[in-house]
Design a protein around this ligand. Structure first.
Ligand SMILES: Nc1ncnc2c1ncn2[C@@H]1O[C@H](COP(=O)(O)OP(=O)(O)OP(=O)(O)O)[C@@H](O)[C@H]1O
Length: 311
């Protein structure tokens, strides 16, 4: 088994003089949930299309499961499932008819077809809609059909471009649980793009940040947690205690910010933390709680873009 399930070497893509991707080196390990994030127009869909050999790179090349995507046989694509943009279904057929048809096209044996469709519909809470015409479905339920189509043949690699579009909180949870199960228990490699970063944060094992066609960051969850900004949230028992603490920190030129409630302070630089804690204690201030926070993915993403903008 190759070390990387998805690997690209200096991929660039030009659209009539516009460079949509610039020397992108993606490296996605087996069983990873790789969050591929970037602003609108960053190049995420372009990259996924290239991985699926739907479009050609201007330069560079891509490998899936160690094989050049431009040279694989049609059968190879049974290893891959994808959901890119709005999925197409037959509007005048029911959900169950659409899925059955699709499973037949994927040559899934009749002995397992019905059970597999049922399991996936149950996992995504689509079963109550199985006899509804697709043209009557909501965006979220259409998206679930798209996901089932991507999964029905049990691929080793999943490429999902904004699969959570239009899903309600329950749908988001079902999709997340399913993807985590596939990656963790079945070893499926998942490349997923989404603008819902708090959702991504709950499942990613690695991230790639794409900006104007360039991969600014590519890191594991552990590296992300190390690189993300850490803060200390200090909670006091009264406004007076909090005000005293503010003054003490201000005199010592220690950065702080008041939080949502007047009882809390945030310290941004965590160096020399013990000394900062001792400073309050020696002044008779005993906070009720010291709590370390890590900036969330949205804050992290925006700070990476800001840093890139300053270069
Ligand atoms: N066929 C095309 N011809 C010309 N330009 C294109 C074509 N396809 C995409 N682009 C441009 O390439 C850039 C990258 O587009 P892409 O759809 O890959 O971005 P994205 O990161 O998926 O964005 P979003 O988050 O909005 O889906 C955009 O500026 C887009 O306008």
């Amino acid at each position: 088994m190759p070390m990387y399930s998805i690997l690209t070497h200096s991929i660039s893509k030009n659209y009539k003089g516009f460079q949509a991707l610039k020397n992108v080196n993606l490296a996605v390990k087996p069983g990873e949930i790789y969050g591929f994030i970037g602003l609108n127009g960053a190049g995420k869909t372009t990259m996924m299309r290239m991985l699926l050999n739907m479009i050609e790179p201007s330069e560079g090349h891509a490998l899936i499961l160690g094989q050049e995507v431009r040279q694989v046989s049609p059968l190879f694509w049974n290893n891959v499932g994808y959901l890119i943009e709005t999925p197409h279904s037959y509007p005048n057929l029911t959900v169950a008819e659409n899925l059955d048809l699709y499973a037949r096209l994927r040559l899934i044996p009749s002995s397992v077809r019905a059970q597999r469709i049922k399991d996936l519909m149950d996992q995504l809470a689509l079963t109550p809609y199985k006899n509804r015409l697709v043209k009557e479905l909501s965006l979220g339920n259409n998206q679930k059909i798209g996901l089932i189509k991507a999964l029905i043949h049990r691929p080793k690699i999943l490429l999902l471009d904004e699969p959570t579009n239009g899903l309600d909180p329950e749908g988001l949870t079902h999709v997340r649980q399913l993807l985590i199960h596939l990656a963790k228990d079945e070893g499926v490699t998942i490349l997923i793009s989404s603008h819902i970063l708090n959702e991504m944060e709950k499942m990613f094992t690695a991230i790639g940040i794409l900006h104007h066609g360039q991969l600014l960051r590519q890191e594991s969850r552990a590296e992300y947690l190390k690189n993300a900004h850490h803060r200390l949230l200090i909670t006091f028992s009264s406004v007076e205690e909090a005000t005293k603490a503010k003054n003490i920190y201000a005199q010592k030129h220690i950065d702080w910010s008041a939080s949502e409630t007047v009882y809390q302070l945030r310290l941004t630089a965590l160096e020399d933390l013990a000394a900062k804690q001792q400073l309050l204690i020696s002044n008779g201030i005993l906070p009720t709680e010291w709590h370390e926070e890590v900036e969330n993915m949205e804050e992290y993403f925006l700070s990476v873009l800001r840093k890139a903008g300053k270069k």
